[in-house]
Write a protein that binds this ligand. Structure first.
Ligand code: BV8
Length: 231
């Protein structure tokens, strides 16, 4: 059977690149209510607020650079004698900036724009406004191509398939609060796939992992990748 490693990443892998996490001290959800900025209802209620929330994060993400953890995952993908799939909950482009190619953004991307009317997608401008019109159907229904709460994450079929045929599942930098991503470790265990968590501290589902490495991603991830590549 060919080796395949599926790696779920969350905001913690981008923390040392200067991008805020959600649930840490002073994190994004401490500054804004989820209901107001990360739900379709919040967007319908106040599109200007939601666009400004994502405009600010898009600008910050464009200034950020990948850290040693992103680079280590790209190195694994390039050198590993098997398949590597990075499933990220993050909406920044730091995995790709580090050279990773097989990246699935299950919660969308800041660099993506979506038309709420015709569902066409295009590269987001730095700043989006509620009055922007869709380049395809001209409706003033543009939104960030982000998966909000209550919306179906992207790529679930690909992820299901990966969680059935992987030979290792790793979770990096996520608190394990948000589903369906938080349920992937249980699916991996059901499929008898070994699981490992690398995180600053134990996550919600931490006890479900066969192995845990605690510490900052820029330290624990490169060390783990070097072990994998020398095995
Ligand atoms: C859906 C938008 C169904 C993008 C996000 C009750 C029970 C179970 C589920 C639910 C429920 N009620 C509602 C639900 C469903 C809901 C959910 O899970 N809610 C939670 C809050 C209970 N989920 C959904 O709505 C999902 N959709 O279920 O659809 C459906 C079915 C059919 C048809 C239609 C629909 C959609 C979820 C996606 C929501 N979008 N964000 C954006 O704005 O960025 S979620 C948001 O949280 C981000 O995407 C983020 O990625 C995600 C998870 O957060 P983390 O990445 O884990 O970040 P966090 O701050 O929490 O943790 C950081 C971690 O890093 C910490 O552990 C920290 O210790 C660590 N760390 C910090 N520094 C470092 C570090 N680690 C290493 N090194 C460091 N230096």
């Amino acid at each position: 059977m060919t080796e395949m490693i599926t790696i779920l990443t969350g905001a913690g892998i981008s923390a040392e690149s200067g991008l805020g996490t959600f649930r840490d001290e002073g994190g994004l959800w401490a500054q804004h209510r989820i209901e107001d900025v990360a739900t379709p209802e919040g967007f319908a209620r106040d599109p200007e607020l939601v666009h400004s929330f994502y405009n600010a994060r898009r600008a910050q993400a464009r200034e950020a650079t990948p850290n040693a953890a992103h680079e280590a995952l790209a190195k694994l993908e390039a050198r590993y004698n098997g398949e590597v799939l990075i499933v990220t909950q993050n909406v920044d482009g730091l995995h790709e900036a580090a050279g990773a190619q097989n990246v699935l953004h299950m919660h969308g991307q800041l660099e993506g724009a979506l038309c709420g009317a015709c569902e066409k997608r295009w590269a987001a401008p730095l700043v989006m406004h509620p009055s922007d019109t869709c380049p395809h159907c001209n409706a003033a229904a543009t939104r960030p191509d982000i998966v909000w709460f209550g919306e179906m994450p992207y790529g679930m079929d690909t992820i299901e398939d990966a969680l059935a045929r992987s030979t290792l599942f790793a979770s990096i930098g996520t608190s394990g609060n948000v589903y369906p991503a938080a349920g992937f470790v249980a699916q991996a265990r059901q499929n008898r796939i070994p699981t490992i968590e690398l995180n600053l501290e134990a996550s919600q589902g931490g006890t479900l992992f066969d192995e845990r490495r605690l510490g900052p991603a820029s330290k624990v991830v490169p060390a783990w990748i070097d072990e994998l590549l020398s095995a």
